[in-house]
Design a protein around this ligand. Structure first.
Ligand SMILES: *Cc1c(COP(=O)(O)O)cnc(C)c1O
Length: 424
């Protein structure tokens, strides 16, 4: 089915007389006739629901839609994008392991990997997304278990060369994990370029209305865990906490990753999305393909206007021909990238602050990717824990403004930006 059709109808097909919209199964628990029935569920011998901390039917319907959109084999929802990235990484790594990650990833994920996971004994090497294959290969260690990057980085807006990263990961016997939040599967499907696991903050375009936090993990089903069994004991040796099940044996390439993350990590950490949130996320997904077109058109119009304005020093938008990521965008994002544009004001940090204060339509928010245009100065907010050197390395210098173009009229957005720039 076409992606547009999956957005509208994927994940749930009602039977005769059943609700047209997905039902909200607002129940923590599920009833069974015998203890034996329930025992089979606990042993993962039968399919079914027993407790919504692990799985819930509404969440599964929405996860299935996202899975179909990405072209994966299994998927799960999480309570946030942070939870999705943490679970996806922790599903493969334990104390003593190592991650190779792009240096320009989302500030929250950078912090998760470089600080919080380091406390768990999991170390990381960060590489410039434009590094050579040689530099990329040099980042691997014998204990490397996964490579991580963002298709379009938030807020640096770098574009990941997915094929280059996948090739290096596979040459070292590990999977490539890609956070595909910004382009969404409407504009890019990383599995088609060799990625193995895809994550999302569904809080962004997928919901699209700034209404509900959420995350998703999708497995592409192609990575052969058993072929690298010595690297992935969690998937390839018996799990004593689940009656000795070996996930990769029992559930194969298509199902092992998500089954382990659900049965083990959701059980122990409990970061499930609520059924009500999943229902609202699905309302957003129903129009994702239509909204992405307008977000991209508005992003392009704003980027072009800014590029020609004398008070703007530079504009980062991979749709512009001047972007160092334009060629990568043409390859990976031929139908558009996203609505987020970033730019530096010639007047520096102070000019950025004046500009943002004068905007009338675009609100200052720690958010991106919803229907209303918003903007942020990362150096004074999301990335304020970083020093100037780290800010530059992460691609978010002090004078940078990130603007997330919403679904308003491009003409009105540009008029608002123009009047604010006049006051700088
Ligand atoms: C926002 C974001 C996250 C974190 O998601 P939350 O839903 O806020 O937890 C992770 N990755 C990217 C690319 C994001 O934009």
């Amino acid at each position: 089915m076409n992606r547009d059709t999956i957005c509208v109808q994927g994940g749930y097909t009602p039977g005769n007389g059943e609700p047209r919209q997905i039902p909200i199964i607002q129940s923590t628990t599920f009833k069974y006739a015998t203890s034996e029935d329930m025992g089979k569920l606990f042993d993962l011998e039968a399919d079914g629901y027993f407790y919504s901390r692990l799985q819930n039917p509404t969440c599964d319907m929405v996860a299935k839609k996202i899975c179909e959109l990405e072209g994966g084999t299994a998927a799960m929802l999480t309570s946030s994008g942070q939870a999705a990235n943490f679970f996806a990484l922790f599903n493969l790594c334990e104390a003593g392991d190592h991650i190779v990650a792009s240096s320009t990833i989302y500030g929250g994920t950078f912090n998760l990997i470089s600080v919080t996971m380091a406390k768990m004994g999991i170390t990381a090497t960060f590489v410039d997304p434009l590094c050579t294959e040689e530099e990329l290969n040099a980042a691997f260690q014998p204990n490397t278990k996964v490579v991580f990057g963002e298709t379009i980085a938030n807020p640096a807006l770098t574009v990941l060369d997915i094929e280059k990263f996948a090739k290096a990961a596979h040459a070292h016997g590990v999977p490539l994990m890609v956070d595909n939040t910004f382009p969404t599967p409407v504009n890019c499907r990383p599995f088609e370029w060799g990625a193995d696991i895809v994550t999302h903050s569904t809080t962004k375009y997928m919901d699209g209305h700034g209404a509900v936090l959420g995350g998703a993990i999708v497995d592409g089903g192609k990575f052969d865990w058993m072929a690298h069994a010595e690297k992935f004991p969690g998937l390839c040796t018996p799990d004593d906490s689940y009656h000795g099940i070996t996930y990769a044996e029992r559930f194969g390439k298509e199902g092992a990753f998500i089954t382990k993350a659900t049965a083990q990590l959701m059980r122990d950490f409990g970061s499930m999305q609520s059924p009500m949130n999943a229902y609202m996320l699905n309302l957003g997904l129903e129009s994702l393909h239509v909204r992405m077109q307008r977000h991209c058109a508005n992003g392009m119009a704003v980027a072009q206007f800014l590029e020609n304005h004398p008070k703007v020093a530079y504009v980062n938008y991979c749709g512009l021909e001047s972007s160092p990521y334009h060629a990568l965008a043409q390859k990976y994002l031929p139908n558009g990238s996203c609505g987020v544009v970033s730019f530096g004001l010639a007047g520096g940090r102070q000019a950025a602050s004046t500009f943002m204060k004068e905007l009338k339509l675009a609100a200052i928010e720690t958010h991106v990717a919803d229907a209303r245009t918003c903007c942020l100065n990362p150096a004074s907010s999301t990335h304020r824990q970083m020093n100037d050197e780290q800010l530059a390395a992460a691609g978010v210098p002090a004078e940078l403004v990130r603007m997330s173009c919403g679904l308003e009229s491009a003409e009105d957005l540009i008029a608002d930006i123009a009047q604010a720039l006049d006051k700088v």
